[in-house]
Design a protein around this ligand. Structure first.
Ligand SMILES: *[C@@H]1O[C@H](CO)[C@@H](O)[C@H](O)[C@H]1NC(C)=O
Ligand SMILES: *[C@@H]1O[C@H](CO)[C@@H](O)[C@H](O)[C@H]1NC(C)=O
Ligand SMILES: *[C@@H]1O[C@H](CO)[C@@H](O)[C@H](O)[C@H]1NC(C)=O
Ligand SMILES: *[C@@H]1O[C@H](CO)[C@@H](O)[C@H](O)[C@H]1NC(C)=O
Ligand SMILES: *[C@@H]1O[C@H](CO)[C@@H](O)[C@H](O)[C@H]1NC(C)=O
Ligand SMILES: *[C@@H]1O[C@H](CO)[C@@H](O)[C@H](O)[C@H]1NC(C)=O
Ligand SMILES: *[C@@H]1O[C@H](CO)[C@@H](O)[C@H](O)[C@H]1NC(C)=O
Ligand SMILES: *[C@@H]1O[C@H](CO)[C@@H](O)[C@H](O)[C@H]1NC(C)=O
Length: 448
């Protein structure tokens, strides 16, 4: 079972707002599904081709990788979990109300400048993803009395199913957040400044089931190597014969594996080889569609995967500013939302990740039992992960795990001479011998 949750919030303030707004509720069409007129050529709702969906999926991937590259990773914050999809939905909704240079800038950072009908395709991706154990909820909170343009409210509802709701109290917002994350994120906001007139908020929740489950009886404490020097004990889920697509990639100096979930999503892991690659070197070279194309067919092998439960919270203003979106926080042109001058004052994010044993099928299938386990994947050092929709290759979540047990004190490695040799790998392991170290570049990634 895998469970990920995420929340993304954009707060907008009205510049120079001095007096309290009235408490008259705004005149907005609550929850009504009103289809506005379509731009010529973008109509037709759900019927976008797989190529167009992949193009939008690739744009979301670039956005996510760029954000990941800006987020601090260190001993204080060893793990990062973001949802590129959720970020894209929030920025795209803001784009609906942006004009002039601000609209241009937002479309560029969404990598959507060259994608016709971006809003329609992204909006239509969500119902498609709802087919794959993903839940998406979105709300547009409006301070009563704030003079919002109806066209923005209507477009937000039509494209992104973001319902307008009066912004009344921080408790009500937190209650909604807690509700749509099944209790996993509580007290999301501490306070609500008077100057906040608009909040764009969305939550993405994924509860997936491994296509092949791990046997809980086989989970034991094992060593996870934080670095050459330090390690922590973690609960390691194990299977002697797990069907997996595994690629030993020389170029990235990493092992790449794809774990399928029921319902056409998969969990991609990229683990740099200890002593050789590292995460910061791998990140700029990642290309999910390229990796999916090169991953070989599924084969039964010995697998070890840490059982984790991680949390992440981060204010994203600095990272977005470093990505070139600084003007959102100073003087954006959001005249499509309101004639009052607005600026973004906060971008907040909270997420959790849980990996555990549950799946739907017993681990032994007929194809598997006849096969001898010759390969091995042991996820026992820092890794990159992405939860990917197999059809559009949209990364729903991505991040790093550099310490699966951040609350424990690290220990000195029992094997300080460990230079990229995985000490717990069996002799017959093709990874250690033929696989990574000696495969010629032409055959890179292909297993014998
Ligand atoms: C991945 O590489 C392909 C070409 O191999 C390219 O078309 C695509 O845009 C790349 N995707 C990303 C997200 O960089
Ligand atoms: C914002 O953009 C609109 C449309 O291009 C333009 O008419 C308006 O003058 C701009 N406002 C500012 C403050 O630049
Ligand atoms: C942006 O707004 C300014 C006025 O504030 C106007 O001079 C300029 O032409 C606008 N640019 C675009 C691309 O609409
Ligand atoms: C959801 O899946 C069903 C069956 O797998 C399919 O018929 C339907 O078109 C899908 N809906 C979307 C929006 O992709
Ligand atoms: C919480 O969720 C339930 C079921 O999803 C819904 O009926 C209820 O109205 C929600 N409450 C709030 C405050 O959003
Ligand atoms: C998953 O993909 C397969 C083919 O790749 C398709 O037959 C099946 O309907 C898809 N399932 C869902 C839930 O979309
Ligand atoms: C990661 O690898 C790159 C290239 O191999 C190297 O330049 C860099 O110093 C490494 N970073 C760390 C933190 O080891
Ligand atoms: C590990 O690497 C260091 C420097 O890279 C080297 O001095 C040492 O001999 C290596 N140890 C083993 C066991 O290979």
């Amino acid at each position: 079972m895998k469970l990920c949750l995420l929340l993304f919030l954009l707060c907008l303030c009205c510049l120079g707002l001095t007096q309290e707004l009235s408490t008259v509720p705004p005149d907005v069409p609550l929850g009504e599904e009103k289809e506005t007129e379509e731009e010529v050529g973008c109509a037709g709702g759900q019927a976008f081709s797989p190529e167009k969906r992949r193009a939008v999926g690739g744009a979301i991937e670039r956005l996510g990788l760029k954000l990941l590259g800006q987020l601090p990773v260190g001993p204080q914050q060893p793990n990062v979990i973001i949802s590129p999809l959720s970020l894209a939905l929030a920025l795209a909704q803001l784009t609906l109300g942006a004009r002039n240079e601000t609209e241009k800038l937002l479309l560029e950072s969404l990598h959507a400048s060259d994608l016709p009908c971006y809003h329609h395709i992204l909006g239509a991706l969500v119902p498609h993803l709802r087919n794959t154990s993903l839940e998406v909820a979105a709300r547009t909170y409006l301070r009563p009395g704030f003079d919002v343009k109806l066209s923005f409210v209507e477009d937000s509802l039509a494209r992104y199913r973001s319902s307008p709701v009066p912004l009344v109290s921080v408790e009500e917002v937190n209650q909604w957040v807690e509700n749509c994350t099944s209790g996993h994120i509580s007290n999301f906001m501490e306070s609500l400044p008077h100057s906040v007139v608009l909040m764009l908020i969305n939550a993405v929740y994924f509860k997936g089931v491994w296509q092949t489950q791990f046997d809980p009886m086989a989970t034991f404490k094992e060593t996870f190597y934080l670095s050459n020097r330090n390690s922590v004990p973690v609960d390691m889920m194990k299977s002697p014969q797990y069907p997996l697509r595994l690629l030993n990639d020389q170029q990235l100096e990493a092992q790449i594996a794809s774990f399928p979930f029921k319902g056409n999503t998969s969990f991609l892991i990229v683990m740099p080889l200890p002593g050789k690659g590292n995460l910061s070197a791998v990140l700029p070279k990642l290309n999910i569609s390229d990796l999916y194309r090169r991953l070989p067919r599924e084969k039964a092998m010995q697998v070890k995967l840490p059982k984790v439960k991680l949390q992440y919270r981060q204010e994203l203003q600095e990272a977005l500013t470093n990505m070139g979106l600084g003007s959102l926080f100073s003087g954006p042109n959001l005249s499509g939302i309101s004639n009052d001058p607005l600026q973004v004052t906060g971008v907040r994010h909270a997420s959790t990740l849980e990996l555990s044993e549950e799946g739907v099928e017993a681990s032994a299938t007929t194809a598997v039992t006849t096969m001898r386990s010759i390969s091995l994947l042991s996820v026992n050092s820092p890794f990159f992960f992405a939860l990917v929709d197999d059809a559009s290759l949209t990364p729903l979540f991505m991040g790093f795990v550099t310490n699966p047990a951040p609350d424990r004190d690290p220990m000195l490695n029992d094997d300080p001479g460990r230079n990229g040799t995985m000490s717990d790998q069996p002799e017959t392991d093709s990874v250690g011998r033929g696989g990574i170290n000696s495969v010629s570049s032409a055959a890179a990634g292909e297993e014998e």
